[in-house]
Design a protein around this ligand. Sequence first.
Ligand code: FES
Ligand SMILES: [Fe+2]
Length: 388
Amino acid sequence: MFIKNNWYAVEFGHEVAAGPVLARIHGHDLVLWRSTDGAVHAQSDLCVHRGGSLAGGTVEGDCVQCPYHGWRYDADGACVRIPANRSGVPIPKKARIDAYPCVERYGFVWVFLGDLPPAERPPLPELDGLEEHTDTKAAGYRPVYGDFTWNANYDRVLENAVDIAHTPFVHSGSFGNADEPEIQDFDLEEQRSDGHLVSVRATVDLKPPRPSGLWKFVSKKDRPLVTTTTGFYPPNVSMLIVRLPMGEIRIFTAAVPRDEETTVSKFCMLRTFFTGGWADKNSIQRTIKIFTEDRASVEGQRPELLPFDLSAELHVKSDSIQLAYRRWRQEQLERGWGLESLSQDETRRAVAVIPSPQRAAEPEFAKAWVFPTVEEALAERAPGEVRA
Ligand code: FES
Ligand SMILES: [Fe+2]
């Protein structure tokens, strides 16, 4: 189940430096590209001519060009050039692809995947302290970026990122303290804007394990408590702030759902100590190590998909951030924003897209779409037909 009508962090801005880039989101291929004014655009990757992948094409000025027969689409998704047509032949109205609202901020490319008009959209998440440190490179924080791929559903991956109680067990080889598994009571801080949940966080003091490696030489002997803040910004970004004696680490991670079973975590890790470039590699490796420690637990969870029923698993007090995520998800489903997936068999024969705002905003285009939306494709299923 995919939740539409939200702003997803789907890629790093620096990955869309030149040329079109493919971003697969829950089985739907998007093409990301940059126009001459530097703006990033996100569109359905499927050329309506013969289903060519636009990400394999080129950017030509302010258009993306399909590699197969050279059709060109502008930033609004309208085809503006069909090279094989004789001059003067008008371009059909149907020659258009879905274009999604797209913003570059905090080093990430955010795409609004849904069809709501601007006033009704949940706001773009505000990632605490990230803009000033990555966009303006203000003194103090040094950012590094990296990816990690999981054979797991993105709800499970995101919940793991905000799970406090697993640390002493799963991370006893790094920052978890196996001797101190108890989690003190914490308050959940929930922020809402226009009726939408925009952030959830909690702060706890954790007792650190004995330091090792490079850290050993800069840590004091009496180990003070490590004040740690963790939480998430719906729909797909988690956050971790760790206040160590020598400085602070902030990790913002976008859990990008490739499909129901595959998730790519794209992280930006900032640090206030060892801010020279020489420590970048070590910082990336440390973050990857944490994910690697998590891998077996997250990929081993059953059911693989998060249950819809809040009582389907047993929750205790220390699980309250994950519960907040499940409540948010439930809220989205109640708004009717859940998008079911088509089966592999169905998508081999026919494609369906996540609806873009233009579909709802411009009724005169109602019949001008070559590919149906996921909802339309699902409605076409024979009654009683089930997923393969
Ligand atoms: S498939 Fe894209 S131009 Fe023909
Ligand atoms: Fe973990």
